[in-house]
Design a binder for this molecule. Structure first.
Ligand code: FMN
Length: 158
């Protein structure tokens, strides 16, 4: 299973989550990790899974992530399994908003097959850092994505 993980991050928390996700996905095959500023607009051939995440700011995804999807264009992720995630504060969802919701919609718009409703990982504090256990939760989430992709990829094309 070939994976690509793309993240935006202002203060490093989302990067840490993305690294944990990529680390787990590497148990299932090659997984490339890109900051959104360096992410390719054409994914490597035979990409089975793309995971995109970013921080929630002003209730939505940040500009670099939105720009990435603008440049990616419709249909670019046709046939690729995908999932989105975000980091955000532990506020009620209606108050915090969620970058992940927008990311998931943009993944779908780019033609990806969204295989998971998306996940949020929580930061806290004046200079927000990930709450205890969030990286472990990210690892578990990544493993669940791998299992879903595995059940989609026929043996013949592995
Ligand atoms: C300018 C700004 C706006 C933010 N707005 C929100 C928000 O609307 N909802 C929320 O849950 N968190 C908000 N946050 C908290 C961020 O989600 C949190 O700092 C981020 O997840 C940390 O990720 P990073 O370290 O990768 O940048 C905001 C943070 C900043 C800096």
């Amino acid at each position: 299973m070939n994976s690509v993980v793309i993240y935006g991050s202002r203060h490093g928390n989302t990067q840490e989550v993305a690294e944990a996700i990529a680390r787990e996905l590497r148990h299932h095959g090659p997984a490339q990790l890109f900051s959104v500023d360096e992410a390719p607009l054409v994914l490597p051939k035979k990409t089975d899974l793309v995971v995109v995440g970013g921080p929630t700011e002003a209730h939505r995804m940040t500009e670099p992530i939105a720009k990435f999807f603008d440049q990616l264009g419709r249909g670019q992720l046709e046939g690729i399994s995908a999932a989105g995630f975000d980091t955000r504060l532990r506020w009620p969802r209606w108050l915090s908003g969620s970058a992940g919701a927008g990311i998931t919609a943009r993944l779908r718009g780019a033609g990806a097959t969204v295989i998971d409703p998306g996940a949020s990982f929580v930061v806290a504090g004046k200079y927000p850092v990930l709450e205890a256990g969030e990286l472990e939760r990210a690892t578990t989430w990544a493993a669940s994505l791998a299992a879903k992709v595995d059940s989609r990829v026929p043996d013949a094309v592995r």
